[in-house]
Design a binder for this molecule. Structure first.
Ligand code: EPZ
Length: 403
């Protein structure tokens, strides 16, 4: 099966098209509801957006409204990145508190501190919107106290057309930061160091029309990789971005899988029964991604032996432990950060509710690996990030339908 384009790469890139007073063409965009939501926001602030299959064209010449629509912003955390783009284009942005998956508090303090460093003022309006504004953005030095993907991206968007040089240290090194910078450089930005802790940006007067192809989704590829380990057999994940997946393939191999990379993508051969993994901890890239922690947990419930998971990014990412235990798993949560999993031979089918994106996909995976039938409700959460999880798993031999 072919891995879809990356959600977390395309969303900030779509947001950043606001900085370009002209046309942008993006290829290999995933057909998911979060992308539709981002396109609706762009349209509501004045951009023209045309979607044809996996290609999206944005003409942001008319994107001149600085107030972001609340209805969409509360649905999607990544809408916060529109703020940096609006500041870069218009010097002003108004927004309500961004929403997103219920995986933790997810404050925006680092974003607001970065805006303030660029010389912005921040005002809370009567309707609880925040307005951030500046006469002119000036290049600055910012040191992030810890890694934040969104805050790094927002600071880059402020800096691209600011006056003078900006140096960001303590930056997130995620591939999605790198692809945003590749996209912006293609439009005329001057950014160096993306993918390292220090990023230097020389402000330019304006960005120009460009075309770009979105990377394949490392989290979707990882979901199907763990699906294969949970269910057995083998799978070729065409176009999987394996060079961005080292921590994931290392974990898969510790579970007993064999991962082979080739020009086509990533080939995974599952073990007869997965092995426990000792200690698995999530962390900022290049460490094991929090977005695959649930999928790994689902597999480890059926592994031989005891595994420990430490979640270091979000404080509410063990919500699937309860439904997995209903399926016969033995997971003990020490606190919101530590889980002990004693592998059992089989899970049994259950009725489950997906209450967030990645946890929902992991419940589907557990249902496929379990004996008997499972029902997962809350499909709309999964559709935020997976084009068609039923189609993909069917292609891999599963019996799964969307009802
Ligand atoms: C991005 O979210 C991804 N979203 C998330 O993917 C991913 O889980 C996360 O990075 C971590 O890899 C998108 O790219 C659209 P952060 P982001 O700022 O940027 C804390 C998925 O399932 N923090 O790197 O919002 C925060 O609470 C999603 O696809 C602050 O305290 O994450 C977290 O503990 C969900 N203050 C940590 O930093 C801030 O101002 C890292 O968050 C900002 C963040």
């Amino acid at each position: 099966m072919t891995v879809q384009g990356s959600k977390n790469a395309v969303l900030p890139i779509l947001a950043s098209t606001i900085l370009i007073a002209g046309k942008t063409t993006l290829r290999n965009c995933p057909d998911i509801s979060d992308v539709d939501c981002m396109c609706r926001i762009l349209q509501k602030i004045g951009a023209t957006v045309t979607k044809t299959g996996h290609e999206i064209c944005v003409d942001a010449s008319g994107a001149l409204q600085s107030r972001l629509p609340a209805e969409e912003v509360v649905r999607m955390r990544s809408s916060i990145v529109l703020t940096g783009a609006l500041l870069g284009r218009l010097g002003q942005a108004s927004f309500c508190d961004p929403g997103g998956c219920v995986i933790g508090d997810r404050p925006i303090d680092l974003h607001l501190k970065a805006f303030a460093r660029f010389g912005c003022q921040i005002r809370r309006e009567d309707d609880n919107f925040l307005t951030v504004f500046a006469k002119r953005l000036n290049g600055v030095q910012i040191r992030f106290p810890f890694s934040s993907v969104g805050a790094t991206q927002n600071a880059i968007l402020c800096a691209v057309c600011a006056k003078g040089e900006t140096v960001l240290t303590g930056c997130a090194k995620e591939p999605e930061v790198v692809s945003l910078c590749r996209f912006l450089n293609g439009a005329g930005a001057k950014i160096e160091g993306a993918g390292s802790k220090t990023i230097r940006i020389e402000g330019v007067k304006k960005l120009c029309s460009t075309e770009f192809s979105i990377d394949a989704d490392r989290i979707v590829a990882g979901t199907y990789l763990f699906g294969c380990i949970g269910c057995g057999g083998s799978v070729l994940l065409n176009q999987a971005p394996w060079s961005q997946m080292e921590a994931v393939t290392v974990a898969a191999e510790r579970m007993g899988a064999q991962c082979t990379v080739s020009e086509e993508g990533l080939f995974v051969q599952a073990p007869v029964r997965p092995k426990s993994i000792g200690h698995l901890q999530t962390g900022p890239y290049p460490e094991f991604p929090t977005d695959l922690q649930s999928a790994a947990m689902a597999v480890l419930t059926m592994a031989e032996g005891i595994s420990y998971i430490e979640e270091n990014i979000f404080e509410n990412r063990f919500r699937i432990a309860e439904p997995l235990n209903l399926m016969g798993a033995q997971i003990v949560l020490k606190d919101g950060q530590h889980a002990v999993i004693t592998g059992v031979e089989h899970l049994h089918g259950e009725q489950m509710d997906a209450c967030e994106l990645r946890g929902g996909a992991a419940l589907v995976l557990a249902g496929l690996a379990a004996e008997g039938e499972s029902f997962v409700t809350g499909q709309h959460f999964i559709e935020r990030g997976y084009e068609n999880i039923c189609r993909d798993f069917r292609e891999l031999g599963a019996r799964i339908t969307s009802v």
